[in-house]
Design a protein around this ligand. Structure first.
Ligand code: 2HA
Ligand code: ZN
Length: 277
């Protein structure tokens, strides 16, 4: 079967294009990866190459040994993915130690997998372990409102989670575990990958101060939906803060507790703190 006809590839391309049209992927900003299912690998395997050199990942991910990933290419533009997937995307396989990858398909005009490969793979390793393999998508984007908030809110998980939850009643239902935040760090390396993957042990979303956000999920649909929900909430908060530094009314800690009961989600009390008036 043609690789481009596979449902997981079509879903990946649609997600990338949706993200571009949301304005979250200026130039080569952002990156996306999907951990391919063994039965999908089997179908495409006659169309994969096996002669590429092994290249260091820049991080150690032994739990992902042998796994295949569909990833965006470093320096490639999300804007181009829909029209030219074979030049902008790659399928890679991780070696048996979890130290190197091998290009199996794509990047026909040259190039490398995303510069954020260490963060993507370390996040995949955490999510694979913590969800019994259910989670397969890691998505990094540069949505303007969430980035703007990292200049004015304290860079604390509790504050970001609570403020985002207050902006839309559905938020605590969509991300009941909350969101994490890391302070500014150099992107592209193992250090930021380690910090992000630590947050992914607790949350499905990790904000990078003055840069962007990583989201994790089962599939393209739910992971895009999480990014969309968080950024929409951030947009409302930017509007509120632009009008006034104080809210006249909001969703209270007891409202959240009622919501948790009604929607059968568990909301950690650390996010339901009392605020100084
Ligand atoms: O340019 O988003 O974080 C790709 C990126 C790096
Ligand atoms: Zn980025």
């Amino acid at each position: 079967m043609k690789i481009l006809d596979m449902t997981f590839v079509r879903g990946f391309i649609r997600m990338a294009d949706d993200g571009f049209r949301m304005g979250w992927h200026e130039r080569n900003g952002g990156n996306l990866s999907y951990r391919i299912k063994p039965e999908e690998v089997e179908i495409i395997s006659p169309r994969l190459r096996h002669d590429s050199p092994f290249v260091p990942i820049g991080a150690s991910v032994p739990d992902l040994a042998g796994e295949y990933f569909l990833v965006t290419g470093s320096g490639k533009f999300f804007r181009d993915i829909k029209d030219d997937p074979e030049a902008t995307l790659a399928i890679i396989q991780i070696d048996d130690k979890g130290e190197n990858y091998q290009l199996k398909w794509g990047l026909v005009e040259g190039g490398k997998p995303t510069s954020e490969l260490p963060s993507h793979l370390m996040n995949h390793a955490v999510k694979k372990r913590m969800t019994d393999g259910r989670y397969r998508v890691i998505y990094h984007a540069h949505p303007a409102n969430i980035i703007a908030l990292t200049f004015v809110l304290p860079l604390e998980d509790e504050v970001f989670t609570r403020e985002l939850w207050e902006m839309a009643t559905e938020c605590p239902v969509v991300f009941p575990d909350g969101v994490g935040v890391v302070g500014w760090m150099v992107p592209g390396g193992e250090e930021i990958a380690i910090a992000t993957s630590r947050l992914m042990e607790k949350y499905d979303a990790a904000i990078w101060a003055h840069h962007g956000i990583f989201c994790a999920g089962e599939g393209a649909h739910s992971t895009f939906g999480l990014m969309h929900t968080i950024e929409k909430s951030a947009e409302i908060l930017v509007k509120v803060l632009s009008m006034s530094q104080s809210k006249k009314q909001t969703i209270t800690p007891d409202n959240f507790r009622d919501l948790a009961k009604a929607f059968e989600v568990s909301l950690p009390e650390k996010f339901l703190y009392e605020k100084d008036k």
